[in-house]
Design a protein around this ligand. Sequence first.
Ligand SMILES: Cc1cc2nc3c(=O)[nH]c(=O)nc-3n(C[C@H](O)[C@H](O)[C@H](O)COP(=O)(O)O)c2cc1C
Length: 172
Amino acid sequence: MKIVVLNGSPHLNGATSDMVNAFVRGAEEAGHEVASVNVAHKNIHGCMGCEYCREKEQGVCCQKDDMQALYPEILSADMVVFASPIYYFTLSAQLQAAIHRTYAIDIPRNVKKVALIMSSGSPFVYGPAIAQYYQSIVEYWGVENAGIFTANGKQNRSEEKREELYRFGRSL
Ligand SMILES: Cc1cc2nc3c(=O)[nH]c(=O)nc-3n(C[C@H](O)[C@H](O)[C@H](O)COP(=O)(O)O)c2cc1C
């Protein structure tokens, strides 16, 4: 299976990336091909809502930034994993920008399952992000939710969380 991870944390060695790395290790050990992309370190602008992708050139975004390289990755993926720190009770703006830009390709028909990984300072802050994930991704794309993983406070960068994410990747 081809798995694409979209990591929206600006911290390459932060808590979100720590969970992502453990997941990738497990998934690769299970024999999957994994492309892990830190979208926070890419040049990805917000959707301009120009409708070029729907009215001018079907499926083509007119913004020629780093999202162009991500479109074929997402379109060829069997699974997409969304990873983000919680910022103001929701996903980071960097991950949001990448999600909004999928408007150009609409529903990536090859994707069969998705997962969500989130890191936060406090517990019980995931509601808005999970609601968006279910409504905008799981239900809209019509895919299976393979799992939602969270770490807050002392759980961040803990061996326990690394193990949980590794096992998840290994189980796929
Ligand atoms: C702009 C900003 C907003 C944040 N908002 C929240 C929040 O609403 N709830 C929360 O529990 N933590 C919040 N945090 C804390 C981060 O979610 C937390 O530190 C997380 O572990 C960072 O992950 P990272 O190391 O991958 O960047 C916020 C941090 C920043 C920088």
